[in-house]
Write a protein of this length. Structure first.
Length: 252
């Protein structure tokens, strides 16, 4: 753990050093391309004015509402369609048609249907996270050794026990990759959703700082978004390890 932390710190330090060198030697206008120290000062300004904390709280509430809904529904449907392959033959063409459509393309309809506020951002996050979870779950369940299902039938396990004690544990290592993809994709689109339909949150903060020509605060917000994305991915890894530990498996 310490070694991973040190490697991450070194990587971030190199990025900041390259950033500083680019600003110093590139002759950029600091108002258009602020140096690292000015961006850090901008983060401090956002913190002391409570703008940052309020924006993070609003974005996180919307994000987890959409992401967790997508995970629950995507995994439930994915295990169903992965187990009942005949049903998936009907649903797969529909999923493959809808999956390539960018969540942003749905924004005009979402705003028309739900108005402005929290719901559009939550729906966009849901759309962004749903298909990676669904497709990874279907694929992972369909690859389970049929011997497990025969054993479940021989031991008289109910359908519910088969799903919770055999299908989910066997498929989870592959489902986890879908959760990683989904959390990164969904976090990207929470910002886009808030830039259009919300009056608060990190996406709105980006629009507000841009309109006020505060490029330092704009880059500060971008940096915070990146760091929060890193933390969210780490959270998924931690939860994944807890589940592996419970089942006596070793995470990769």
């Amino acid at each position: 753990m310490i070694r991973k932390f040190l490697r991450a710190a070194i990587g971030i330090s190199v990025l900041i050093a390259v950033w500083q060198v680019a600003v110093t030697t590139g002759g950029f206008n600091p108002q258009l391309f602020p140096p690292p120290q000015k961006v850090l000062s901008g983060i401090h300004e956002l913190i002391v004015t409570d703008m940052l904390w309020d924006s993070i709280v609003q974005s996180m509430l919307r994000f987890f509402s959409g992401y967790l809904s997508a995970v629950v529904l995507g995994m439930a449907l994915g295990m169903y369609f992965g187990y009942f392959k005949g049903a998936w033959q009907f649903a797969n063409p529909v999923a493959q048609i809808l999956r390539p459509i960018s969540p942003i393309a749905w924004l005009p309809f979402v705003v028309l249907w739900f108005g402005i506020g929290d719901i559009p951002a939550i729906v966009i996050v849901f759309i962004a996270a749903f298909f990676p979870v669904l497709l990874n779950t279907v694929s992972s369940v369909s690859k389970i050794d049929p011997t497990y299902f025969k054993l479940a039938k021989n031991f008289g396990l109910s359908r519910l026990d088969t799903f919770t004690k055999i299908i989910f544990p066997a498929a989870f290592p592959y489902i986890a990759s879908g959760l990683h993809i989904a959390i990164g994709t969904a976090w990207v689109f929470i910002v886009a959703g808030e830039m259009v339909g919300a009056q608060s949150g990190l996406g709105f903060l980006i629009v507000d700082t841009r309109n006020n020509l505060r490029i330092d605060l704009l880059m500060s917000t971008m940096l915070i978004i990146g760091l929060l994305g890193l933390m969210l991915d780490g959270m998924v890894v931690y939860l994944e390890r807890l589940i592996y530990k419970k089942w006596g498996a070793v995470s990769g």
